[in-house]
Design a binder for this molecule. Structure first.
Ligand SMILES: [Zn+2]
Length: 282
């Protein structure tokens, strides 16, 4: 177990490296392969089309910060809770190093990125989970950032929009990680009881504890095309029940048909769709 001094030193190094020279510390690969059609694209080419494959329309992983920067009106973007990072509460071997590596890789302090600003002139509080940061697993810092976002939205009387992804509990935080399901659900409930509008926007893949908590509690649930949205993944279910699942099981189109999603909204349409929803509810 790390002593408090060593833990504090690691945290300071992490914050220092995040501040030093901006966001990207480790260079991202120059080419990205589309999981849909297996074509290779230059990162910059995909960046300009919000990481939607120009050939097959597959919605690739969208870095959380870029997503919110692009979504919010120019000049209104303000990052919220930027220095909140996970603590190695259990003294789990290698965990501080893993957090530090994930931060260097993504330029984020945690798997949840939060910002406030306006969308089409309507103010909102937004959060997005980035699966490049430890698979978007929900540890205490992710739970806290979601909770703080709901509380900020409540105190400012603004709508809350969360782009979900990832899903597993952060195993390095054990039971503290599982508790985040209850904590975030309670925060959304309080927000909802106060009359707040919560739009849950599902992106690929959203599973596990994130599905079983805040992602499923939206007043309105939107989903990106082809996004996996369920609790246990299809492979686990097939192995458990010994049966083949139907084509497209748990994908957003399937969930729309079964009433779990209200609308499928592509990335290109997301700003217009959110603007129109926010204008109806302001
Ligand atoms: Zn493709």
């Amino acid at each position: 177990m790390l002593n408090p001094f060593a833990e504090r030193k690691l945290k300071l190094n992490l914050l220092k490296s995040l501040r030093r020279g901006g966001r990207k510390i480790v260079a991202a690969p120059k080419y990205i392969t589309c999981p849909g059609c297996k074509a290779d694209f230059e990162r910059s080419a995909l960046q300009s089309v919000m990481y939607v494959c120009p050939r097959c329309g597959f919605h690739l992983q969208y870095p959380a910060r870029e997503r919110l920067e692009k979504l919010l009106d120019a000049g209104t973007f303000t990052e919220q809770f930027p220095n909140l990072t996970a603590r190695d509460v259990l003294g789990f071997p290698g965990y501080p190093k893993k957090i530090s590596e994930a931060a260097s890789k993504t330029g984020l302090s945690e798997a949840c990125f939060c910002a406030s600003g306006s969308i089409g002139g309507h103010n909102a509080v937004c959060a997005a989970i980035d699966i490049s940061f430890m698979m978007g697993s929900m540890g205490t810092a992710v739970g806290e950032k979601i909770t703080l976002s709901a509380e900020l939205a409540a105190s400012s009387r603004l709508p809350l929009i969360i782009f979900s992804a990832g899903g597993g509990a952060r195993m390095q935080e054990g039971i503290f990680s599982l508790m985040q399901m209850v904590k975030t659900s309670a925060a959304i409930r309080r927000f909802s009881d106060g009359g707040g509008l919560f739009i849950s926007y599902i992106t690929h893949p959203t599973t596990g504890g994130i599905t079983a908590s805040f992602a499923s509690l939206g007043d309105i649930t939107l989903a990106e095309p082809g996004a996996l949205f369920g609790f246990a993944g299809p492979r686990v279910i097939e192995q458990t029940i010994g049966e083949k699942l139907p084509e497209g099981f748990q994908r957003s189109e399937f969930q729309l048909e079964h009433g779990f999603v209200d609308a499928i909204v592509s990335r290109a349409e997301s700003r217009a769709a959110l603007t129109s929803l926010l204008s109806l509810h302001t």
